[in-house]
Design a protein around this ligand. Sequence first.
Ligand SMILES: Nc1ncnc2c1ncn2[C@@H]1O[C@H](COP(=O)(O)OP(=O)(O)OP(=O)(O)O)[C@@H](O)[C@H]1O
Length: 356
Amino acid sequence: MNTDTINEALKSIKYPGFSRDIVSFGLIKGVDFADGVATVSMAITTADPRVPTQLKADVENTLLALDGVDNTEVRVTVSTPKTPPGGSPSSGNVTGPAQQAMKGVKHIIAVASGKGGVGKSTFAVNLACAFEKLLRSESGDARVGIMDCDIYGPSVPMMMGVSSRPEVNGESLVPVENFGIKMMSMGLLIDESTPVVWRGPMVMKTIQQFAANVAWGDLDVLVVDLPPGTGDAQLSLVQTLPLDGAVIVTTPQLVAVSVARRGATMFEKVNVPLLGVAENMSYLLGKDGEQQYIFGQGGGEHTAEALETSFLGQIPLDPVIREGGDRGIPAMISYPEGNVAQSFTKMAESVMAKLK
Ligand SMILES: Nc1ncnc2c1ncn2[C@@H]1O[C@H](COP(=O)(O)OP(=O)(O)OP(=O)(O)O)[C@@H](O)[C@H]1O
């Protein structure tokens, strides 16, 4: 018995109401073990008094079930979420306002890429549309959202054919809606000509506001389009949002493996499970129906193997996808029976199966 074993055991405890564990939420501040006594200190930001009580009991029961632990000492520090004048959340703590405000969201998944230009936003938008179609066909109702965190180059509004500014209701922004999907993006809040020279902390603040001050309401699934790359801003972002899992988008080039690996490492650090790797721009379909692998072959599958996750499938390089992005009608909507839509639907099914 040692502190590593205790830490591992703590990772099995979920934050009440969420599928993420208390270690990845950063609640554990110290762990010690001596003479059969496991000591754990936790710091929790919540306005709900039941949360610390339940977590304390969960930690005690989990640790007492371990061989070698005879007794426990669990110290819990509780603070309430602070909201400065104007209603903006002041802290990046995952148990703070973002968690509270996203309570009605069943599943939150991130779409990420190790580098820019792989078609991540295109993928996120079409995946959201595929979820909408899938859930509607299953239960007659679908509540899907997309949150565009790519605040340096927010392209989701254009791809979703939306340009109206979101309305403000009290202290909340009301997401705009198109194709049955709720959406929030920095692109809706700034003029196109505004230079967005955001620094790390500003990025975080915006994301916290997107999570905490947007009236998402009840959603079955929220797709989060992360900024490209794997730097500090992306890492703090995945720490802030209560993510259930992440999909990595990559291209067919074999060099993509090492780039995507950086993305996977980032999610590993915060214990967000990978839901799979999707390969975009896989091949061009010639007039005779022949698949031309102009960017090489195998990058997506190799990446999935290397990251020990599923390969979700391929999306062809197809003018229909680019036109859909430029026209503001995703290919999933304009050609719902086409090859592209079928690929996205299959991927949405695989991801949904993993979430359930
Ligand atoms: N499979 C595809 N077939 C044809 N065009 C595509 C495909 N995927 C993406 N594109 C086009 O490539 C361009 C870049 O895509 P997108 O903006 O989604 O990339 P990204 O990875 O989100 O980029 P960024 O680095 O800005 O985040 C867009 O014009 C989009 O329409």
